[in-house]
Design a protein around this ligand. Sequence first.
Ligand SMILES: CC(C)(COP(=O)(O)OP(=O)(O)OC[C@H]1O[C@@H](n2cnc3c(N)ncnc32)[C@H](O)[C@@H]1OP(=O)(O)O)[C@@H](O)C(=O)NCCC(=O)NCCS
Length: 184
Amino acid sequence: MQFPEFETPRLKLTALSECDSNAIFELFSNREVVKYYDLEAFSERLQAEKLIDFFHSRFDSGVGIRWAIRLKDTEQLIGTCGFNSWNSAMKNAVIGYDLMPKFWGKGYTTEALHQIISAAFGGLLTCGALNRIQGDTVPGNHASEAVLEKLGFKAEGVRRQSGYWKEQFHDLTCFGLLKSEFNR
Ligand SMILES: CC(C)(COP(=O)(O)OP(=O)(O)OC[C@H]1O[C@@H](n2cnc3c(N)ncnc32)[C@H](O)[C@@H]1OP(=O)(O)O)[C@@H](O)C(=O)NCCC(=O)NCCS
């Protein structure tokens, strides 16, 4: 199965490779990045290697996809994005994304997500053309909400205490974007 790769004006979206384990470790060992995640900050590089293997196995078994977000000029990995829980039969998927804090606020995530959403609605991914993409955010994650809203997602409601991690229940705000609403 060919991994779909894309370019945007400033970025390259590619498969992750074993060579990315240092950068993935840097990303997921940052407490600011995992603040709203059901994940403790990584403490060992092996965790990054396992995460890369996990993303590869999900793609190979057709249940998800995760891209490396790289700066076009230097190929430096600055974050990741992708779709989890994609369901070809139901034509929907859940979107995920994270970026190294030193690159926040420059529009990189919006640029990357616009490209992968366009590909997903356009039928360029192995899951077939999607009709709906969902994003779930923890209330308080304003940057994540801003990214989704800039892309046209609508807040659809709060699933109360839908998550449990770090010894607490967490509400999740559900955002949805339909193919018919997406501004290509
Ligand atoms: C969410 C995240 C990926 C955004 O990355 P980014 O590249 O900075 O996003 P962009 O630059 O494309 O857009 C960010 C928007 O959020 C806004 N923003 C940032 N912090 C904000 C805050 N505290 N309150 C309100 N808006 C905020 C920015 O102003 C910008 O909107 P604008 O372009 O209208 O000014 C990044 O913050 C991150 O990695 N967070 C940790 C991981 C995470 O929470 N992922 C999402 C899980 S649901």
